[in-house]
Design a protein around this ligand. Structure first.
Ligand SMILES: [Zn+2]
Length: 498
């Protein structure tokens, strides 16, 4: 066993010596965790998953951060995950950023086993993959899934987070159970044109254990056009995130996405790191950077930090922007340093803006709700002191069958107090409550009640009154959302049955 590990490390080191190779220090296990499971006891792969991350930035013992990654750059690297992982129905939420102040980790981190083990024992979270970002070092290792495959920890150099080469995505792929496309730990993958598992096609049980990644010998390649030049009959995916073709890493295969969702479903330490279903994610530590945001480039992937202090997203997202606000400079040409930004995010059920939320005049606020129950969405703000805020009011700019794209221009939003829209009394309730529609000159076209999963549980078409008694005592306890659909707007409010 030791021989195999040593050989693997040797191969890794040898490959590091080649020009333009990813410097990944991740070492495969001796046995694949999925293959250890009794097939009958194995959980089905998840349909989608939202994994929580926590960033730990390494600084000097005295807090000096001259060579550390900035929170701004770290968040940019976080946003870089979305286009890679979204297509695989895997999403990430950044729970927060903190600091590990220790010279031993700050000065030329050596990525030795002892250093790795020591670092990933700092500031450990129980509900997120810990990402430790060290300053640039002379180690040949750019990053490592230091908790193994699958695992709960990544250590990565600052340069690998900021050089746009998707090495961060690569290391997280290891955390979620992926091996290198050229892996030989279990057995070598044959070059074969037969279907997976047929004839000499052993790609389901050898190599990286994924069928749709062709055999890869990690050979030579042309980095200018990302083409394989290594010959030998191989035709590897030079653009694959789990390959070593430095500068070309851009996507996963469908099979890799499915394997990640399979590994997550069958790995408790990863299940522990999913966003809790239909519970609240509080972005209390979303980094707020003092001073003007540094928008050197007007459009994504660069962005300005948002003027947001507290953001809550309720419900599980299918898209990686859940909880993490994607911010684009709104008017970068004329006002590059103003907090005039667009923010957008996605949830299935509800987005709530907590006290402390601030949105300045002129900010565009956009959200996409993906849900079986149309417009089961609720924008709220309880921050009555804010000069401009959103309060259960938004315009529907466009709507399709199963997706509501909602956009509101905060500059047009009046300060409508909650009670002026409608009341639910009592709230919480036992399922019996009175709904009162206030201060509208028109009746809604319909009223619906949805559960937190977006399933419609009650609807009233063409209501004729401004007051309705609901008796929903048969429903389970939990969070519900009531929507009133008008011609030009939808008003939503949540309530609790207990
Ligand atoms: Zn790797």
């Amino acid at each position: 066993m030791n021989k195999i590990i040593s050989l693997s490390i040797l191969l890794t080191l040898l490959s590091l010596g080649l020009k333009s190779q990813i410097g990944c220090g991740t070492v495969p296990p001796t046995v694949d965790s999925l293959s250890l499971l009794n097939p009958q006891a194995k959980a089905l792969p998840l349909n989608n998953a939202t994994i929580q991350l926590y960033f730990h930035i390494i600084r000097k013992s005295n807090g000096n951060d001259n060579n550390s990654i900035s929170a701004y750059d770290a968040v940019q690297a976080f946003f870089g995950l979305a286009p890679i992982y979204n297509p695989q129905n895997i999403c990430f939420v950044l729970l927060g950023i903190d600091y590990v102040d220790e010279n031993d980790y700050y000065n030329d981190f050596d990525f030795s086993n002892a250093s790795n083990a020591s670092l990933i024992s700092q500031n450990v979270t129980s509900n997120a993959i810990d990402v430790y970002i060290v300053p640039n070092s002379n180690s040949g290792i750019q990053g490592i899934a230091a908790g193994g495959i699958p695992g709960r920890a990544v250590i990565i150099q600052k340069q690998a987070m900021t050089n746009g080469k998707n090495i961060f995505s690569h290391e997280l792929g290891h955390c979620l159970g992926l091996y290198h496309t050229f892996e030989t730990q279990f057995c070598s993958e044959n070059i074969s044109t037969s279907p997976c598992g047929v004839g000499n096609n052993n790609s389901n049980s050898c190599g990286d254990l994924v069928c749709d990644t062709p055999a890869d010998n990690n050979g030579s390649y042309n980095s200018s056009n990302c083409s394989y030049t290594g010959g030998g009959g191989y035709n590897p995916l030079v653009n694959n995130i789990m390959s070593y073709y430095d500068g070309c890493l851009s996507q996963f295969t469908t099979g890799q996405g499915e394997r990640m969702l399979d590994v997550i479903a069958n790995t408790q330490l990863l299940l522990d790191r999913l966003t809790p279903a239909n519970t609240t994610i509080i972005q209390t530590t979303f980094p707020i950077i003092n001073g003007p945001p540094q928008c050197n480039n007007p459009f994504p992937p660069n962005f300005c930090p948002p003027p947001i202090h507290n953001l809550i997203v309720i419900g599980k997202s299918k898209v990686s922007t859940l909880g993490a606000v994607i911010v684009n400079p709104y008017n970068p040409i004329n006002n590059p340093f103003q907090y005039t930004t667009s923010i957008g995010f996605v949830s299935e059920t509800e987005i709530e803006l907590l006290p402390g939320f601030e949105a300045k005049q002129g900010v565009k606020f956009a959200a996409v709700i993906s849900s079986a129950c149309p417009a089961s969405v609720n924008f709220r703000s309880n921050n009555s002191s804010s000069q401009n805020y959103i309060d259960e009011f938004f315009d529907q700019e466009s709507m399709s069958t199963n997706t509501n794209s909602l956009l509101t221009d905060i500059s047009k939003v009046n300060n409508i107090s909650e009670s002026s829209i409608f009341n639910i009394v009592p709230n919480p309730n036992n399922g019996s409550f009175k709904l009162t529609l206030n201060n509208f000159n028109e009746l809604p076209k319909s009223i619906t009640v949805c559960d937190a999963q977006g399933k419609e549980v009650k609807s009233i078409l063409n209501p004729t009154d401004y007051e309705y008694m609901f008796n929903l005592n048969e429903l389970h306890n939990g969070l519900y959302i009531i929507n009133a659909f008008y011609n030009d707007k939808t008003v939503s409010k949540r309530f609790i049955i207990n």
